[in-house]
Design a protein around this ligand. Sequence first.
Ligand SMILES: O=C(O)C(=O)C[C@]1(C(=O)O)C=C[C@@H](O)C=C1
Length: 311
Amino acid sequence: MSASRYTYLGPEGTFTEAALRTLPEAATRELIPMISVPAALDAVRTGDAAAALVPIENSVEGGVTATLDELALGEPLMIYREVLLPIAFALLVRPGTGLEDIKTVTGHPVAQPQVRRWLAANLPDAVWESSASNADGARQVQEGKIDGAFAGEFAAATYGLNPLVTDIHDAENAATRFVLVGRPARPAAPTGADKTSTVIWLGDDHPGALMELLQEYAVRGVNLLRIESRPTGEGIGRYCFSVDCEGHISDRRVGEALMGLKRVCPNVRFLGSYPRAGIGAGDVSPARPGTSDDDFTSAADWLNRSLDGRG
Ligand SMILES: O=C(O)C(=O)C[C@]1(C(=O)O)C=C[C@@H](O)C=C1
């Protein structure tokens, strides 16, 4: 195993690579581009890499399903960091190509909804062909297979292309969230602004089943940040839930919520507690009354005193 290697969704020039390079430790690691999210994660599973950076969520298109499904259903891995990157695309073409020459365009499937309105207004007749990543699209333009690729402007130099139009983004403030994933180990200590990710399977289908899942968080004052259902692949109507909540597994209210879920759900997969990107401890709202660590500790003390007849 190589502790010095990090894989990422490649090839060179992806937004994922740009996000990875914002991590201070990336400077001292060998960064290895992989062709797909599963390939990047498998290198971690086999021990070929210490960690992988992969996209997990886009503010326009939502969850990156390849990542969500790998983390939910593949051999267990854990999230250690998240990175938020603002996303604006450039339309990359071979030198000499003008807008009027473009008949085919490409990008990652997550890129398409982010440029749909721009395409309709500027290249209404261009045919979209999805690529494995935005940089893979740029490589296909370089090879002459496609006329234009939506990718980061920084990918132009890597592939000898020209950024014909820059700063393309249908939605203001579009951003993609990436996660640094490693093999399961002890989570890093809490920072005061943390996030805990889980995947939760519901038991038998009955009225209020999802509400029962949610109330494990609600009654302990744990704020949910994201909840998404994903098919388990076992048949129509079989879902699991990918859930992010505020706080660290070592916060009593979060640990108690996870224990509550573990009691009532057939399967709960802990995906990690890690620092929230872009948010400091000072930005997190205080625990709701009755849900701080001290509140849980004094309630447990009271129970023990009661059991001892000292109530
Ligand atoms: O990293 C890249 O360049 C990718 O192609 C992946 C990805 C994603 O899956 O979200 C990254 C950012 C953009 O939002 C679109 C695509």
